[in-house]
Design a protein around this ligand. Structure first.
Ligand code: NAD
Length: 434
C-alpha cells in the first residue's frame, strides 16, 4: 500500500502545508541502485582519544575519497580510544563542528571499543557512545543516519564499514553492531561477493523474502526460493527470473529439514529464515490455534530446520544463518503476544546458537529485526496503527523490503564472518523498541 503522506510531502503545496502545521517531513532516502552504487561525496575521518586502529587503508578501500568540499557524505569517528569522561569530550569536539555539513542521506559512523570489564571508567565512556549515537540519530534529520560499531580490528570490520558507508544501509539507524576478531574471507569481486554460494530463502515468493532472494542473486548467489505450495506459481516465476530454483514446502512440516537436506546434496551456504505469519488478537481473545500457528511458523519451524540442517552437515563451513526477528519481539506490541513471543524467541536462538555454531560448524548466526516495512503484511494493519508505524521512527517513513535484503546480504557476505550473534534492527530507528 502506497505511503500517501510521503507522496504528499514530495509536492510543493503538500510540503508547504505539512510544514506549516508542524507535521513530520520524511526525507527522500537514497538507496542503492545503478544510479547510486555508492554515496555521492567524500569521507571525513576523525578521531577521539588515542587510537592505533589502522583504519585509513580500510576506509580508502570503500571507494569514497577524502572529502575536500567541506560537505562530506560520510563521517567516520574513531572513538575506540575514548577511555574516560575527558576523552569523551573529544567526541563532542570532533563532531560538533561538522554535523551540520554532512550531506542529505549521509552517514555518521562512530567506532567504539568493547567495554573493558576491569576498567569502569573506560566502560562508562564507551557505553556513553551508545546514548550519544542514538540521540544524534534522532536529531540529525535529512535522511542522515548514525550508527555505532564496536571493534578491535579494522580489517575484521571491512564488510561492515563498506555496508554502513553505502546507500544499502539507508534505513539502518541508531544501531550498535559488534564486530569480533575472527577470520575474514575477502571476496574476489566486492560487487558480486556471493558468487559460487547457494542460498535458501524461506517465504521468498513475495514481500521481504522475494527482495532478499533478488538481492542475493544480484550479488552472485544461486538462490532456492522456498514458499508454501499455495505460493508455488509466484515462487517459480521469481526463481526463473533469478536463474535459481523454486521449492514448494511448508516449513512447519515435521520432515522439512530432512527434505531440504535431501534436495541440497552439495550443501548450502546461506540459510535465510524469512517465512513468517501474524495472527493478531489480544491475549483474552486469542485461541490456542492462533497462538500455535504463529509460534510454529516463526519459531519452532526455524529451530527444527536449523537443527536438522546443521546436524546433517548441510550448512557448509563459512556458511551464514540469518533469522528474522522483529522490533515487536523487542518492544512488544498490543495484539501480538504470539508474534512478539515468536520473534523474541528468535533473538534467544541467535544469541545462544551463534558462538557454538561458529565454533563447531564455522557458521555465523545473526538476525535482522525489521521495523515497519512496506509489504502486504503491513498493508493489512489498521490505518491509524499503520500511519503510526510509518512515522514513529527517526526517518519518519516505512522501510522497503530492499532495506532488509541489503542488511541480509551484508550478514551473508564472505567477509562478515566476524559478525556473529547480532540482532540488527532495520527500522529507521523506530521509537518502538529503540
Ligand atoms: P509476507 O506475508 O509478505 O510474506 C511472508 C511469506 O512467507 C509469504 O510468501 C508466505 O507464503 C511465506 N510463508 C508463510 N508461512 C510459511 C510456511 N509455513 N512455510 C513456508 N513459507 C511460508 O511477509 P513480509 O512482510 O515479507 O515478512 C517477512 C518476514 O519479516 C516475516 O518473518 C515477518 O514476520 C518479518 N517482519 C516483517 C515486518 C514488516 O513490516 N513487513 C516487520 C517485522 C518483521
Amino acid at each position: 500500500m502506497a505511503d500517501r503522506y510521503l507522496s504528499l510531502t514530495r509536492t510543493a503545496p503538500g510540503r508547504f502545508l505539512t510544514r506549516r502545521i508542524g507535521l513530520p517531513q520524511p526525507a527522500e532516502l537514497i538507496r542503492r541502485s545503478d544510479r547510486h552504487p555508492r554515496l555521492t561525496g567524500g569521507l571525513l575521518h576523525l578521531t577521539a582519544g588515542r587510537t592505533d586502529l589502522g583504519l585509513a587503508p580500510v576506509l580508502a578501500r570503500t571507494g569514497l575519497g577524502a572529502d575536500e568540499t567541506g560537505h562530506p557524505a560520510a563521517v567516520v569517528l574513531d572513538a575506540t580510544g575514548v577511555r574516560d569522561v575527558d576523552t569523551l569530550a573529544e567526541v563532542h569536539a570532533a563532531l560538533h563542528p561538522v554535523v551540520r555539513s554532512v550531506t542529505a542521506s549521509g552517514r555518521v559512523v562512530v567506532l567504539g571499543a568493547p567495554l573493558d570489564a576491569a576498567d569502569h571508567h573506560q566502560a562508562a565512556a564507551q557505553q556513553a557512545l551508545e546514548g550519544f549515537t542514538r540521540s544524534l540519530g534522532k536529531e540529525i534529520g535529512r535522511g542522515r543516519t548514525v550508527n555505532l560499531v564496536r571493534l578491535t580490528d579494522a580489517d575484521a570490520a571491512e564488510s561492515t564499514l563498506r555496508f554502513l558507508l553505502s546507500p544499502g544501509s539507508a534505513y539502518l539507524d541508531g544501531q550498535v553492531i559488534e564486530v569480533g576478531p575472527g577470520e575474514v574471507t575477502a571476496p574476489a569481486d566486492w560487487n558480486r561477493p556471493l558468487t559460487g554460494r547457494t542460498a535458501l530463502v524461506t517465504g521468498a515468493a513475495r514481500g521481504i523474502g522475494a527482495a532478499v532472494a533478488e538481492t542475493l542473486a544480484g550479488q552472485g548467489a544461486r538462490v532456492v526460493v522456498l514458499d508454501v505450495p499455495q505460493a508455488e506459481q509466484d515462487a517459480r516465476e521469481l526463481a526463473e527470473r533469478l536463474g535459481g530454483s523454486a521449492l514448494a514446502l511448508d516449513i512447519t512440516a515435521a520432515d522439512a529439514g530432512e527434505r531440504l537436506a535431501g534436495v541440497l546434496p552439495d550443501g548450502l551456504d546461506l540459510l535465510i529464515h524469512n517465512a513468517g505469519i501474524t495472527r493478531d488478537r489480544r491475549l483474552v481473545n486469542m485461541s490456542a490455534d492462533r497462538w500455535s500457528s504463529v509460534l510454529d511458523v516463526n519459531l519452532a519451524g526455524v529451530l527444527r530446520t536449523t537443527d536438522a540442517l546443521l546436524a546433517a552437515g548441510t550448512v557448509n563451513r563459512g556458511g551464514r544463518i540469518v533469522a528474522t526477528a522483529s522490533i515487536a519481539g523487542i518492544a512488544g506490541n498490543a495484539g501480538q503476544t504470539n508474534y512478539a513471543a515468536s520473534k523474541a524467541g528468535i533473538i534467544g536462538l541467535v544469541r545462544s546458537l551463534a558462538p557454538r555454531a561458529l565454533a563447531e560448524h564455522g557458521v555465523t548466526v545473526n538476525a535482522v529485526a525489521p521495523g515497519f516495512i512496506e509489504t502486504r503484511m503491513t498493508a493489512a494493519v489498521p490505518l491509524l496503527i499503520r500511519e503510526a508505524g510509518r512515522r514513529m521512527n527517526s526517518l519518519a517513513q516505512g522501510g522497503l523490503p530492499a532495506d532488509v535484503a541489503e542488511t541480509t546480504a551484508w550478514l551473508a557476505h564472505p567477509a562478515s564472518g566476524t559478525v556473529n550473534g547480532q540482532i540488527v534492527r532495520v527500522c529507521g530507528q523506530s521509537l518502538l523498541g529503540a
